[in-house]
Design a protein around this ligand. Structure first.
Ligand code: 6GU
Length: 243
């Protein structure tokens, strides 16, 4: 899978050399390319932004610069990519959306500053390729770079071969395998630590009992911190959600 990231802060994406994503890149499973938007800016100042029409605070990134960058990047491979644009005005990022993107051959992530990109850029791009705006949640970041890191990491671990044990992705919080619930707490050795013992049921070797225990803890935890997820589960499965 190929992922291009366009940003005015390419060094911000340095973590993509590390850990799971870094290893997957070196193994040839992921082709991640980071581009400096300023390479498409012109004039002595290489400006990428300007004041918004209609007034208001802050600056907007300009259409000519983003248009030139996206023309070049999106025409540099086979077929057309899916364009992802991080913005607090986007639809929330979910595991379902991430899983959909993981099946695509090519993604381009366009990082804007939070005041955003001239709206015509995405309108124009959408005439040639699928475009999705995506938000990390209901708070405001200074730019899309952190979201690009989030998207690349979340997508990468679903690409075949990237995770050592693919079953771990199936059991994750929010994945279908756990029915959209949060994961149960987990323990490893030592058996007792600072007077706290690992729950007996997890050492008993009865897999059906372990599964039941984990399911109950998942329901408890989800009810406590994410009742909205439980509501969604009941809407889909009714009372059978608690079987
Ligand atoms: Cl994706 N970008 C920015 N700038 N702020 C955000 C966000 C994204 N998601 C939540 N806040």
């Amino acid at each position: 899978m190929r992922i291009d990231v366009v940003t005015i802060f390419p060094d911000y994406l340095a973590p993509l050399d590390e850990a799971l994503v870094g290893r997957a890149r070196r193994a040839g499973l992921l082709d991640v390319r980071v581009h400096d938007l300023r390479g498409w800016a012109s004039g002595v100042h290489k400006a990428v932004d300007d004041a918004p029409y209609g007034g208001g605070p802050g600056m907007l990134m300009t259409a000519p610069v983003w248009g030139a960058a996206l023309d070049d990047v999106t025409s540099s491979g086979d077929g057309v990519p899916r364009l992802l644009v991080p913005t607090p005005a986007g639809a929330p990022l979910t595991q379902r959306r991430v899983a959909g993107w993981a099946g695509e051959p090519w993604l381009v992530v366009a990082c804007g500053r939070y005041e955003g990109i001239d709206a015509r850029v995405l309108e124009d791009a959408a005439t040639r390729m699928p475009v999705e705006e995506v938000s990390l949640g209901d708070y405001v970041l200074a730019g899309g770079e952190v979201a690009a890191l989030v998207v690349v990491e979340a997508v990468s671990r679903l690409v075949p071969g990237v995770l050592g044990n693919p079953e771990s992705a199936e059991l994750d919080s929010f994945a279908e395998g756990t029915g959209g619930l949060l994961e149960a707490p987990a323990y490893t050795r030592p058996e007792t630590w600072r007077g706290r013992a690992v729950p007996d049921v997890l050492r008993g070797g009865n897999h059906a009992v372990v599964d039941r225990w984990r399911r109950d803890r998942s329901l408890e935890r989800t009810a406590a911190v994410r009742p909205d997820l439980l509501d969604a589960l009941v809407a889909r499965h009714g009372a059978a959600a608690f079987d």
